[in-house]
Design a binder for this molecule. Sequence first.
Ligand code: ADP
Ligand code: MG
Length: 584
Amino acid sequence: MIAGIDLGTTNSLIGVYESGFPTLLADAEGKRLIPSVVYFPEKGIPVVGREGLRMQAFHPECTFSSVKRLIGRRFGEEGTQNLGGTVGSPVTLPIHGQNLTPEEVSSEILKKLKSIAEERLGAAVDRAVITVPAYFNDAQRAATRKAGELAGFTVERILSEPTAAALSYGLDRLQENAKVAVYDLGGGTFDLSILRLDNGVFEVLSTHGDTRLGGDDLDEAIAGLILREAGMGSLNIERSIRLKQAARAAKETLSTQETTVVLLPFLEGEKSVEIPLTREQVEKVCAPIVARTRALCLRALEDAGLKSEQLDQVILVGGSTRMPLVQKLVAEVFDKEPNLSQHPDEAVALGAVLQGAILEGNLRNVALLDVTPLSLGIETFGGLMNVIIPRNTTIPAKAGEMFTNAVAGQSGMKIKVLQGERELAMDNWMLGSFEIPFPPSQKGAARVGVQFSIDADGILHVLARDTATGIEKIVEIKSAVEVSDEAVEAMLAGSLEHAFEDMDARIFTEARLKAEEMLPAVESALEQLGSELSEPEVLEIKKQSSEVISALASKETNRLKQALTALDHSTQTLATKLIERAMG
Ligand code: ADP
Ligand code: MG
């Protein structure tokens, strides 16, 4: 089982694909969003999640939050300014006389998610897809992978967040070349990505963002508003954390309600805070912050060379997009109503779960597998590939052909089902084979219809029927559509590399089949009608026949073709006499 994980700056989630559904897993309290906060006590195991968040108010110096900003970073790079380490060396975080790397701290969050999943499922969960922002560089991606491994996961894929979100909104089913804007406003970061759907895969056309813009800034602005309303000055660090947590709760409530009351008993000594807030008041202080996303959206559009009307969809990601204020701005900037069909703070995790299911083969990547990745056919006379359903045919698909016996007296036909792009059957993959019997007959008298059909689930049914007796057989082949990308690539590369010799082999085989047919026919015609020809004519035919035989032995395609043409030429009078006799 492959879990999907959104390792967020503010919140993290884990889910799995269970009995046909992507499911996000909740902890013992029934919560799916796990705060990405880790509290390290002096002794004992780290405390992660809501519990960690509560401890932050008491022990801010022993609690890490937003470590995602530091993962894969070196001192001196963005986000590390107030840490003060040796410029150029990897970031470490001091705690209880130890230095932890951000990936070690992140691995604590991942361990927590792992234990939630294992508890819920009652089974080991040790493979995962983990998401990262589209702009993460190699070092940041590698460090995220490392965090996963430290937590005991085999990291099957590092997936970009906007791609995951688009998957969860089902946008992989949009038409080819569709363009999508992903507006992601989370707790601490803003990202705007423009994606294009290419062959079922999302390509990132452009991305812009601000790593210092998100819900935290709104909380701060609202905290300031509360302080002003309460007539209070600045607070110490513990109190200001309590205040910010209250501001955040008020903000979230006001996304669905018009008013709320902020209650902070004994915030400062004997002084308690009890302040009513309206959505309007809060929107007023938040509007300038949210407005900063506008220019970034426009720049991303410009980078992608697109106008807003060329976008097929705008999707919302990140908890902060639950705010009506944000939704209004998005609709206005893109001149399009955003798609609200998914929970914005769960979309990335859900997409990671879907990607895991696709990797495991539990879920057909609809857009990717909508076509046959390679040609399907059967082996015919002389070991050649006879294509019945060509590569890149959209499925479901159905096609058939009639085949006959190559040899007189043959009492059945072996159907070898092949997949691949090579001319010779032996160079393609054999998916299966079976025999269809028919009564012994003259060469070319049997009629066997072969039909290939691929259903919507990608299963190939091969039906063969002898038209004389009506005897038929059907086999089902499951592996016809689900072929790994690598295998498809190897096959295509092979067919290109060997194109010339393959073609030569096919032409030679076809010429050989023709020679094998012509030689006995010429011989028997000579026996019957040779006496009606002149001696030089008979000699010429015999000479050309033996040249065909030596050309066959030489395996030289051109020589064989020329010899066949010459034999054809030399037997013209003979052929005319044969026809006259048949008609007379
Ligand atoms: P991240 O991607 O940064 O890990 P999320 O997508 O979970 O984070 O977003 C977290 C942010 O979303 C927080 O600032 C939180 O206050 C905010 N948020 C969550 N729910 C709401 C809501 N109903 N209204 C406004 N903001 C919300
Ligand atoms: Mg996020």
